[in-house]
Design a protein around this ligand. Structure first.
Ligand SMILES: *[C@@H]1O[C@H](CO)[C@@H](O)[C@H](O)[C@H]1NC(C)=O
Ligand SMILES: *[C@@H]1O[C@H](CO)[C@@H](O)[C@H](O)[C@H]1NC(C)=O
Ligand SMILES: *[C@@H]1O[C@H](CO)[C@@H](O)[C@H](O)[C@H]1NC(C)=O
Ligand SMILES: *[C@@H]1O[C@H](CO)[C@@H](O)[C@H](O)[C@H]1NC(C)=O
Length: 424
């Protein structure tokens, strides 16, 4: 009975689990890659090519911080490698751009009580897996370095199995903690590090003949494309697990320093929160961008905006051709071992008044990139879930002060005899 009450309290109170400011003024900072910038999650808001969207989990956390003045330093950037997070997201003073003009505002790290971080996906080149092995599309906006899927798998597994992955993430986390602890909050500073999801259901073979290739959807072009066989789905799921294991190791290497891994696949009871919400769920005819249960974005196959004559896309395509177009695949890899370096070279070739002048316009320009780059990123419902996971861990670390009156209880609850909210 008591457990039942607690359960219903947790369930009904889930959106009321807001962070209670512990000081007169709460300040916090969000860091990371496109999972934290929230690419594709409703509206593009700022950050130039950092692709920050307004229903990303950090912005949702910030909106739900319940009371009082607070300061929010929102620094994530789509495509950020661990070393770029260290270089561009732990700034003592805010910068308006960098590494080049396309990047937009870079907030300072500030004086946070806590920070959130999502990192590692770009270090193993998850985007390469998505575009080379799944969406199977050639570059037209400076996407990942083009490889055969087999080379891409070898490359990403090589990164995943390289011990440097854990040590790189360990040292990034260590830098963040050192920075955090050097601020007024001192060693009470907390860092919440989220993982990544497994993308596919691997329950049935229903998806075995399905391809997510851009040019095979919605109308099959009759060409050979990678199929989402059970084995392929299991392998890519295994990559997510292996990456999460590396992130967990990096977190536990810093465990005595207030760093916690947030598993974004588990609900508060330890159950698989993505069951029914991945690609290739039983009974779903994939690719189904209209599947309302799906927590991740599909490629916008059938959308009029997915058109290479879009002026921004044409601008980027032109820069790509100038910088990369004449080189062989091997030359490209030799010159820019990291995809991001190639993208930077390409973006450097975009005329400064090109994207900036356009479109009410910067917004439309960057959104036309984010609109495609969002594939395999969380939809709003999933960002909300990640928000709740962070709230729930925060409230475990800093339990809310016991209630003394009804007003401090989550809605639907009453203040019980020993100061515990009783709900339902
Ligand atoms: C952001 O998200 C909300 C939905 O919560 C939406 O209504 C709003 O118009 C969005 N856009 C901006 C630019 O804030
Ligand atoms: C680790 O970091 C170094 C320096 O930034 C980088 O050159 C290397 O590729 C990284 N390795 C992995 C596996 O992330
Ligand atoms: C996939 O295609 C093969 C051969 O074309 C066929 O035998 C098989 O039944 C198909 N499987 C599914 C799940 O549609
Ligand atoms: C991933 O695959 C490897 C090699 O096949 C295997 O040893 C490992 O147990 C798998 N990991 C998970 C988490 O499934």
């Amino acid at each position: 009975m008591f457990r039942l009450i607690l359960l219903s309290c947790l369930i009904s109170g889930i959106h009321s689990l807001a962070i209670h400011p512990r000081a007169d003024q709460l300040e916090w900072t969000s860091l990371g890659d496109s999972y934290a910038s929230g690419v594709g999650s409703t509206d593009y808001v700022d950050g130039g090519r950092c692709l920050r969207y307004n229903e990303s989990y950090p912005i949702l956390v910030n909106k739900d911080i319940s009371t009082g003045d607070h300061i929010f330093n929102h620094a994530p950037c789509s495509g950020a490698l661990h070393n770029e997070i260290a270089e561009w997201q732990l700034l003592d003073e805010k910068k308006n751009s960098g590494p080049n003009w396309q990047y937009g505002p870079r907030p300072a790290f500030g004086n946070p009580s806590f920070a959130t971080l999502t990192a590692g996906g770009d270090d193993i080149d998850f985007p390469g897996i998505i575009f080379n092995c799944i969406v199977d599309v050639s570059l037209w906006f400076g996407g990942p370095t083009r490889r055969t899927c087999e080379d891409q798998r070898t490359y990403s597994w090589g990164r995943l199995q390289d011990p440097a992955l854990v040590s790189n993430l360990t040292s990034l986390i260590q830098k963040i903690v050192e920075k955090g602890r050097s601020r007024p909050i001192g060693d009470k500073f907390k860092l919440y590090v989220t993982g990544y999801p497994k993308f596919f259901s691997a329950e049935t073979r229903e998806c075995d003949n399905v391809t997510f290739a851009r040019s095979a959807n919605p109308v099959d072009d009759g060409k050979e494309h990678p199929r989402m066989t059970l084995e392929v789905r299991q392998e890519f799921n295994n990559m997510s697990d292996t990456l999460n294991a590396a992130i967990r190791s990096a977190v536990s290497n810093n465990a005595d320093k207030g760093v916690t891994f947030i598993d974004i696949e588990k609900d508060n009871f330890g159950d698989d929160a993505l069951k029914g919400h991945r690609y290739c769920e039983p009974g779903v005819k994939e690719p189904d961008p209209k599947n309302t249960e799906l927590y991740l974005w599909h490629y916008p196959y059938n959308d009029a905006k997915d058109d290479q004559s879009d002026p921004t896309v044409a601008l980027l395509e032109n820069s790509y051709n100038q910088v990369v177009g004449q080189l062989s695949a091997q030359d490209i890899l030799n010159r820019w071992p990291n995809t991001v370096d190639m993208q930077n070279a390409m973006f450097d070739a975009v005329p400064e008044n090109g994207i900036q002048d356009k479109a009410t316009s910067t917004t439309a320009g960057w959104d036309s990139i984010g609109f495609r780059a969002r594939v395999f990123h969380p939809q709003v419902a999933y960002h909300r879930f990640i928000r709740d996971r962070i709230f729930s861990q925060y409230n475990q670390d800093f339990p809310p002060t016991p209630c003394t009156s009804q007003s401090c209880c989550p809605s639907g609850c009453t203040c019980g005899p020993s100061g515990v909210p009783v709900c339902g």
